[in-house]
Design a protein around this ligand. Structure first.
Ligand code: BTN
Length: 321
């Protein structure tokens, strides 16, 4: 039903009325199926669809679907050269899909963006959910020659790319270690990096990004979104801007590692010099003052027992109240 629902959505995306009969004819199916697809848009995808007798169906406003040509139009030459774009209507998770494709030899720079993920994943085993059209969910496959051990700090560098892109639109975002993007102190975007490969040989890295463009619907923590904060950005344009910055920073990270970004990261970070609590998926939380990150991107915290260092992926950070 999702396939047909997306086909109906493509027709309704202009925000005008379309009769069930015309859509049935266009799609080569029955009016009952069109009606079921409209219900799927409402019940499964969370969209509102107006239904008016004699006129047909209409969305409250036009819906801008992800579109390869529009994204490509916003890419600068470096990004256009390095990235291959693929779009999916509905998949389990763009990270899962790219990880599978990486093992099958998918090319460096493959980008997979999904309109809808049925099993989107966050860090520390959390779920990542989003109302259809309310965000960007995409993953990038990047192959590094330097081996897994050279990749410490990569997730922080991806955060730097995101802040550069968003500040380019005037959005005053900051970073929370290891790699959340914050707006007004709340989470706007998250990054999930998954690695496969050898400690020394080539590594395949899947960089997954989820970003709230408008209200994501019900989620389990207070989050920010661009539209409600007064930045009604268009998803295709935003994705292009993120890819432009990613092309630049990933290229430099390949050559110079995290040390080249450390000062910039410190300038963008929230909570530095402030009391923080680090909570772990297992074990007791640790309290202290966040000092900054070292050249591998690990967080340095001054605790009652002295300075300690925490590595990316092990902890989450909360400001103390
Ligand atoms: C986090 O902050 O916990 C990371 C969230 C990452 C979500 C993105 S959405 C695209 C990609 N596919 C996934 O399943 N997860 C990442």
């Amino acid at each position: 039903m999702s396939d047909l629902a997306f086909a109906v959505l493509r027709t309704l995306a202009d925000g005008r009325f379309h009769s069930g009969e015309a859509m049935a004819q266009q799609l080569g199916c029955s009016r009952t199926l069109v009606w079921q697809a409209v219900h799927h848009l409402e019940n499964a995808f969370g969209l509102t669809v107006f239904s008016v007798r004699g006129q047909g169906y209409r969305l409250p406003e036009p819906f801008s679907l992800l579109d390869v040509a529009s994204i490509r139009a916003g890419l600068q030459p470096d990004a256009a050269n390095v990235f291959t774009l693929a779009l999916a209507d509905e998949i389990d998770s763009s990270n899962t899909q790219l990880t599978t494709r990486a093992a099958l030899g998918a090319p460096h720079g493959l980008v997979l963006a999904a309109e809808r993920q049925t099993a989107g994943r966050g860090r520390l085993g959390r779920r990542w959910q989003m109302r259809l059209g309310a965000g960007l969910t995409f993953s990038v496959l990047w192959r590094f020659e330097r081996g897994l051990s050279g990749l410490a700090g990569l997730s922080l560098v991806v955060g730097v790319a995101m802040v550069r892109a968003l500040r380019g639109f005037g959005v005053p975002v900051a970073l929370k270690w290891p790699n959340d993007v914050l707006l007004d102190g709340r989470k706007l975007a998250g990054i999930l990096i998954e690695l496969s490969g050898d400690a020394l040989g080539p590594a395949a890295v899947v960089i997954g990004i989820g970003l709230n463009v408008s209200s994501p619907g019900e989620v389990d923590q207070p989050v920010a979104n661009l539209a409600d904060a007064g930045f009604p950005l268009q998803r295709n344009q935003l994705l292009a801007a993120l890819l432009n910055e990613l092309a630049t920073v990933l290229g430099q990270f390949d050559r110079d590692g995290f040390a080249a970004f450390r000062d910039e990261w410190h300038g963008l970070a929230a909570f530095l010099g402030e009391p923080v609590r680090l909570s772990f998926s297992h074990g007791e939380p640790v309290e202290g003052v966040a000092l900054g990150v070292d050249d591998s991107g690990a967080l340095r915290v001054e605790t009652a027992a002295g300075p300690r260092v925490f590595h990316v992926g092990e902890v989450s950070l909360r400001a103390q109240r």
